[in-house]
Design a protein around this ligand. Structure first.
Ligand SMILES: NC(=O)c1ccc[n+]([C@@H]2O[C@H](COP(=O)([O-])OP(=O)(O)OC[C@H]3O[C@@H](n4cnc5c(N)ncnc54)[C@H](OP(=O)(O)O)[C@@H]3O)[C@@H](O)[C@H]2O)c1
Length: 273
């Protein structure tokens, strides 16, 4: 598996997003993903499926140390003591001694970034995570995090797909050596109906979803598509065996539009890129 190297981390470029995969059905699909070859699983406290992810890892037969496992601290738990407690709870639910990556899920304007990052770096130094990262940060917050963190920030996880332009955030994160991890890389199901992506895919014997994922990895962006269907688990993984031309890359980039954002919850920051 191709990896992205960033600030000391080696992150498999294709990961599996586990949001909405709960209970027995969730365990089955996540374990299937590991069996067909995914070696990077993305979860979060907020998905309420860390137990299922842990069970799927054990059921898959894949060794724990072959898997790059990410979880996220919920924004409501950013005060120093609460963060430490909540990470320990995540590890207990997952049934692992450490994760490979721990992300701050969303910015929380009510707790100083210095306090949260201090606690995050402390749990890293204590060995509870191998790497740390951020998610959904704005331009000034990226700068603040990079300045205040005593540990390197491996990745910035953000919404990226062909319908949204994140160039400013990507560039600001890259200036600090952070890899970009794309969530909603197939725009939560909006990609498959797109005619341009389907037409380009047909040329390569690929689906529109595969074209969207390929467009991202071809820019060095890590992708974590999610699906509840086993046949799509395999489809979303088969994206490293073809290449888009420069003209195709540009045609896909031109699909970005101002209302292309999919994820915008009430606790989202004022987006600036
Ligand atoms: N950091 C954050 O704030 C944040 C926010 C959102 C998500 N995430 C992470 O990113 C992961 C992916 O995001 P997401 O699940 O919201 O969006 P996504 O991966 O872009 O899309 C998932 C949706 O697309 C459908 N789908 C998947 N593969 C398909 C295919 N090959 N053809 C047609 N439809 C397909 C799925 O439906 P079926 O189940 O019916 O296949 C599902 O409804 C999540 O699981 C989570 O780990 C992080």
């Amino acid at each position: 598996m191709q990896v992205v190297e960033a600030n000391g981390a080696r992150i498999p470029i294709v990961g599996f997003g586990s949001m909405r995969l709960n209970q027995e059905a969730g365990v089955r699909v996540i374990a299937a993903a590991l069996r067909i070859g995914y070696r990077h699983i993305d979860t979060a406290q907020a998905y309420e499926n860390e137990r299922e992810v842990g069970a799927a890892i054990r059921a898959s037969g894949v060794a724990r140390d072959e898997i790059f496992l990410t979880t996220k601290v919920a924004w409501q738990r950013f005060k120093a003591e609460d963060l430490t407690r909540s990470v320990n709870e995540s590890l207990e639910r997952l049934g692992v001694s450490h994760v490979d990556l721990l992300l701050l899920h969303w910015p929380n304007p009510t707790v100083p970034v210095a306090e949260t990052l201090g606690a995050l770096c402390k749990v890293k130094k204590a060995g509870l995570t191998r790497h740390i990262g951020i998610s959904n940060f704005t331009l000034p917050l990226i700068e603040e995090a990079a300045k205040l963190s005593s540990e390197p920030i491996a990745t910035h996880q953000i919404e990226v797909h062909p319908f949204i332009d994140r160039a400013k955030i990507v560039a600001a994160s890259a200036r600090h050596g952070m890899a970009i991890t794309a969530y909603c890389p197939i725009a939560r199901g909006r990609v498959p109906g797109n005619e341009t992506l389907a037409r380009i895919g047909a040329r390569h014997g690929k689906t529109a979803a595969q074209v969207s994922l390929r467009w991202l990895v071809q820019q060095g962006i890590i992708v974590i598509p999610g699906t509840s269907k086993e046949e799509r688990v395999a489809e979303n993984f088969a994206i490293l065996d073809f290449a888009l031309s420069e003209a195709e890359m540009a045609e896909i980039a031109a699909l970005a539009r101002p209302d292309g954002r999919v994820v915008n919850p009430p606790h989202a920051p004022q987006w600036d890129g």
